[in-house]
Write a protein that binds this ligand. Structure first.
Ligand SMILES: Nc1ncnc2c1ncn2[C@@H]1O[C@H](C[S@+](CC[C@H]([NH3+])C(=O)[O-])CC(=O)[O-])[C@@H](O)[C@H]1O
Ligand SMILES: O=C(O)C(=O)Cc1ccccc1
Length: 242
């Protein structure tokens, strides 16, 4: 695994964060050292998919990056006739993802698509994963994305939505942001790396509160929403279509 040192040197003017070749090259290390609970979430996505995957249905991994969620789910699913659709709009990610999945699941039914997830028409889905992806869509586009997912799900199907959270209460926001900083320091990021990454993400990753997520999921049609994981200011929600 290549070590992330993208923000180790001063950038002068820090550009908006983008999923470039350089980021794709170090992505497993970057996300593991930046998102508390990431590896646990990936592993538990397998457990969730094993429970909710329906025979002869599709599983969508939206914003798949290098396909970690798909690989975990594929290793756990026991029902026949499941096909995976992995979508990401970064070609640096999808070209690597295609190779990784081909190597790890030579007999698997999967498709890797390089496109905006907002252009995907979902059909016959039993499990849809948005693992830290919705937060990169423009806030005004998020409800429509969830509506599209809801209409593409079968009855009994689920959306797993993982996101960085914002907190309405200023004290809670300050505490959890500070603990996330401490998590990054504990994982070897310098103050310069932390501050440059923070400015690059400023207008790119716009987090919502837990309450905003629940309301939006309900507006999209989901009646049952549960938070099944939280690590500091990162959480994952399970939304079930009746
Ligand atoms: N509009 C969009 N359309 C398609 N892809 C997008 C869009 N916006 C962002 N992306 C893609 O969403 C991914 C977000 S990373 C997901 C981790 C992965 N799920 C994992 O479980 O390892 C999370 C993070 O980096 O914090 C990137 O690969 C983007 O190119
Ligand atoms: O690094 C951060 O502060 C994050 O919020 C997580 C993250 C992880 C990988 C790419 C972009 C954002």
């Amino acid at each position: 695994m290549k070590r992330d040192s993208i923000y180790a040197q001063p950038h002068g003017l820090v550009a908006d964060f983008a999923f470039t070749e350089a980021v794709a090259d170090v992505f497993p290390d970057m996300i593991r050292r930046s998102v508390p609970g990431y590896e646990t979430i990936i592993s538990l996505l397998g457990v969730l998919a094993r429970r909710y995957a329906q025979a002869d249905s599709r599983i969508y991994d939206l914003g798949c990056s290098l396909g970690a969620a798909t690989l975990s789910m594929a290793s756990q699913i026991r029902v026949p006739g499941v096909s995976f659709v992995c979508v990401d709009n970064s070609s640096a990610m999808t070209s690597r993802c295609e190779q990784i999945i081909q190597r790890r699941l030579p007999d698997g039914h999967f498709e890797v698509v390089c496109d905006d997830i907002q252009n995907v028409v979902l059909e016959n889905a039993s499990v849809v994963v948005l693992n830290f992806t919705l937060q990169f869509l423009k806030p005004d586009d998020r409800l429509e994305m969830l509506r599209q997912i809801y209409q593409g799900l079968r009855p009994g199907g689920v959306l797993v939505l993982s996101e960085k959270l914002r907190f309405a209460d200023a004290t809670e926001q300050a505490l959890l942001t500070d603990l996330h900083l401490e998590f990054k320091r504990a994982n070897g990021y310098s103050e310069l790396e932390i501050s440059q990454k923070r400015s690059s993400l400023e207008n790119v990753l716009v987090p919502d509160t837990f309450e905003e997520h629940v309301e939006r999921l309900q507006s999209a049609g989901f009646r049952q929403v549960v938070k099944w994981f939280q690590g500091l200011n990162f959480a994952s929600l399970l939304a079930v279509k009746d």
